[in-house]
Design a protein around this ligand. Sequence first.
Ligand code: AP5
Length: 217
Amino acid sequence: MSKIQILFLGAPGSGKGTQSEKITEEFHVVQISTGDMLREAVKNGTELGIIAKAFMDEGSLVTDDIIIKMMKERLQAIDCQKGFILDGFPRTVTQATALDTMLQTSLECCLTHVISLEVPDEPIIERLSGRRISPLTGKAYHVKFNPPAVNGMSEDGKTPLIHRDDDKSETIIKRLEVFHSQADMLKNYYKPSGKLHIVDGSKDPAAVYEDIRKILS
Ligand code: AP5
């Protein structure tokens, strides 16, 4: 199989992270999640983290200039040369045009697939309010749809799972509003490329992955 360079579009909680994990296991490409990168910066108390936290806590987008600078550096890393999944970037047309330039200049390549995971708002709210994250591995569980082996605990059975600050109900609503304000513009940006694939993300995770595999093969 030739190198894959995938971009996931989709609402918060549409399953971008869940599906990215399955793809990285099978296709051995790196997952680049801007959300994870920002949360790491927040955890480490860096200048970027301090600025980003205020936006993230209220469910708004971090400004384009900050994100574009962060991604320019990330895409130059050696691990991107084997292929990658972009999870959470770009989120605006400004970021999308910047990405095109980055890919051409840093990697002399372009995206191979743009996958839009589509899920109605109602199940999204249930997914996000029930999501719990392992602080040990970063893996996302769900209290109902994907519970951990030991109730409320990470993989070692004793470290409590985390409820993300932005997975509280009022912030979820704001994140969905922000998503819908950009979603059509982004899809329209990628439509002419012929690389945009719409995937029904409301099926169970294994069925969603099967649909994605068909697109990738
Ligand atoms: P980010 O971390 O990217 O959050 P997001 O896009 O809101 O996406 P999520 O990680 O919440 O959801 P997901 O689609 O990965 O779903 P998951 O697989 O976990 O961004 C956070 C913040 O950072 C933003 O609000 C913004 O402030 C900032 N930011 C990040 N990137 C930025 C950018 N480019 N520009 C500006 N700001 C940026 O699944 C969710 C839950 O559902 C899990 O519990 C899972 O187990 C469950 N689940 C998954 N699939 C299924 C299924 N098929 N059926 C049932 N349950 C399922």
